[in-house]
Ligand binder design. Structure first.
Ligand SMILES: [Zn+2]
Ligand SMILES: [Zn+2]
Length: 403
């Protein structure tokens, strides 16, 4: 069976996460997005595990169900060098045991615990408990593995020892074409997950994996990751990611990475410049163009439907107007993915002509994107934007005509 799964999100217990991130909200929203299996996130937080137990029924083999939505226990840990690692965990009992072993000052207060362990030690811990582990958003400049290391083996232990993570999470600012310019990644399964901090439809499931699984269970997911049974990675257009381009984290000006380096990553405004994922990957790349291994599934680019509606109606993504329109489309046509990718444009036009035109433009790759950087998401527009973000003379300013 083909399963759509988003394996990385954060609960109401994570810092900067919405208080609405509880099972009763996540389950129905996931269903509307077209997801069947959802990672709980924050699986080392005992309060969150209690809530999961209260709000779900256990279906066996690591699956906790709420109405029609199945959950699997996942967790993100911040290890040494502030690197984020994603765990997929066999069940709640094991999650509680590992949580008890983590030496962390904030394991009870934050859904994403900070520990002093390095990648190698976390990999050993994960495998000791039959968990799956890999770097979360591997290329991002604050907490991605490649911000510190030039090779995945420097983080998690040598190739000779046979030590290997189970997957790589690409993160919102990267895609398969970018990652497959790095030779050492060819044998890994790539995960595309939302890392959502709120249940709004432009966050939850904005990236997900389509996986061939024998059934919905931890064992079947593990097998699918090991045997590379991924049928598609669905992901945000990478330029939309908030660290795609090198930019200042204070004034968000785009800055040529080489100039940024010369200026010791300091912006004229006094802010800190963060290296974009596109540039970081170009530094570690072995090839100019991607070389996809045979097992690599297609990468299908998405853009949140709520953002397309927001563009058409000229109101913010979380406004009632946008949410009502989103609900109307979902209730009448089908899941968000269907609407974006394959539903009949004429059916969408019957509900809203302008939105149907915008979706057609998205499908034809005619929407323009001002890329994200420095912590600010990319912005879509119908017309090629004039400089909507401040730039200086020396900077590269990139606007995509196509993606
Ligand atoms: Zn993270
Ligand atoms: Zn600045």
């Amino acid at each position: 069976m083909l399963i759509n799964t988003d394996l990385h999100l954060h609960s109401c217990f994570s810092m900067a996460s919405s208080k609405d991130m509880v099972i009763n909200n996540i389950a129905p929203q996931s269903k509307l997005k077209g997801l069947q299996l959802v990672g709980t996130g924050d699986g080392f937080h005992n309060g969150w595990l209690d809530m999961i137990e209260e709000s779900t029924t256990y279906s066996g083999d690591g699956i906790y169900s709420h109405n029609d939505c199945d959950f699997i226990i996942t967790a993100e840990v911040e290890g040494k060098n502030k690197i984020h690692h994603l765990f997929i965990i066999p069940n709640i009992e094991i999650a509680r045991e590992i949580s008890g072993e983590l030496v962390s000052k904030n394991v009870d207060s934050d859904g994403r615990p900070r520990v002093k362990m390095n990648g190698n030690e976390l990999l050993d811990l994960a495998h000791e408990y039959d968990c799956l582990i890999g770097p979360a958003h591997a290329f991002t400049p604050w907490t991605g593995m490649y911000k510190t290391f030039d090779s995945i083996y420097d983080c998690y232990g040598s190739k000779k020892d046979g030590k290997k993570v189970d997957f790589i999470e690409l993160g919102l600012s990267a895609n398969t074409d970018m990652a497959d310019t790095v030779k050492e990644l060819k044998s890994f399964t790539f995960l595309t997950n939302s890392d959502a901090h709120s249940p709004w439809p432009h966050r939850l499931g904005r990236e997900f994996n389509q996986v061939e699984m024998e059934d919905i269970s931890f064992s079947a997911l593990k097998k699918a990751i090991e045997k590379k049974k991924f049928k598609a990675n669905y992901g945000l257009v990478a330029d939309m990611g908030k660290y795609h381009i090198t930019a200042c984290t204070k004034c968000y000006t785009f800055i040529d990475p080489l100039i940024a380096k010369e200026n010791k990553m300091k912006c004229e405004c006094g802010g800190k410049i963060k290296k974009g994922v596109d540039f970081r990957i170009s530094e570690i790349a072995d090839y100019d163009t991607p070389r996809h291994p045979d097992h690599r599934p297609p990468y299908i680019h998405l853009m949140p439907l709520a953002e397309i509606i927001s563009l058409v109606v000229g109101k913010g993504v979380t406004t009632k107007t946008v949410q009502n329109k989103w609900n109307q489309l979902i209730n009448n046509i089908g899941s968000e993915i269907d609407i974006l990718i394959k539903s009949d444009i004429e059916d969408i036009a019957k509900i809203d002509l302008n939105i149907s035109k915008a979706i057609e433009s998205f499908r034809n790759k005619e929407l323009h994107i001002t890329p994200g950087g420095g912590g600010k998401y990319g912005v879509i527009s119908f017309e090629k934007p004039l400089n909507t973000r401040k730039t200086t003379k020396t900077q590269k300013y990139k606007t995509l005509d196509n993606f």
